[in-house]
Design a protein around this ligand. Structure first.
Ligand code: COA
Length: 122
C-alpha cells in the first residue's frame, strides 16, 4: 500500500509535469525503464530579475552511474531552461553527495558563499 507521502509526491510531480510554468521533469530511460531523473521547479527571482530554475533532484540509479546519464540530464535541463528564457539555475549539494561537484563544475556551476536554511510550516 502506498504511504500518504507517496500520494503527496505524486500530486506534486503531476503538477510539475503538466504545467510548464511550475517547472519540468526529465526522465532518462533504458529498455523502457526509468534510470535517471532531473526535477526542476521555477521561481520568479528578484535577485536574478527573471525566471530561475531550482534543480531540486538529480538522480541516476546506482547500476547506471558513471556512464554519462547524469551529464545528459544536466545538459538537457540547461537546454530546456534556456528555451524557456530561464536566466539562472540554482542547486544545492548535500554534504554526503560532494562527489557530484566535479559534474556541476564541468557545466560551469560555481559555489555561492551562503548557507541554506529552512523552517517547515506544518
Ligand atoms: C550524481 C549522479 C546523478 C551522477 O549521475 P551519473 O550518471 O553517474 O553521472 P555521469 O556519468 O554523467 O558523470 C559522472 C560524474 O557524476 C558524479 N558522480 C558519480 N557517482 C556519484 C555518486 N555516487 N555520488 C555523487 N556524484 C557522483 C561525479 O561528479 C562523476 O564525475 P567524476 O567521475 O569526475 O567524479 C548520480 O551519481 C547519483 O544519482 N548520485 C546520488 C544522488 C546525488 O548525489 N545527486 C546529486 C544532487 S545533490
Amino acid at each position: 500500500m502506498r504511504s500518504l507521502r507517496s500520494y503527496y509526491i505524486l500530486g506534486v510531480l503531476e503538477q510539475v509535469a503538466t504545467d510548464i510554468k511550475r517547472g519540468f521533469l526529465l526522465l532518462a530511460r533504458e529498455d523502457n525503464q526509468a534510470v535517471g531523473v532531473a526535477y526542476i521547479v521555477t521561481i520568479l527571482s528578484a535577485e536574478h530579475c527573471g525566471l530561475v530554475a531550482w534543480l531540486e533532484e538529480l538522480y541516476v540509479t546506482p547500476s547506471h552511474r558513471c556512464r554519462g546519464i547524469g551529464a545528459a540530464l544536466v545538459s538537457a535541463a540547461l537546454d530546456r531552461a534556456r528555451a524557456a528564457s530561464i536566466v539562472a539555475v540554482d542547486l544545492e549539494i548535500d554534504a554526503e553527495h560532494s562527489r557530484v561537484e566535479s559534474l556541476y563544475q564541468r557545466f560551469g556551476f560555481s559555489r555561492l558563499n551562503r548557507t541554506r536554511w529552512v523552517k517547515v510550516l506544518n
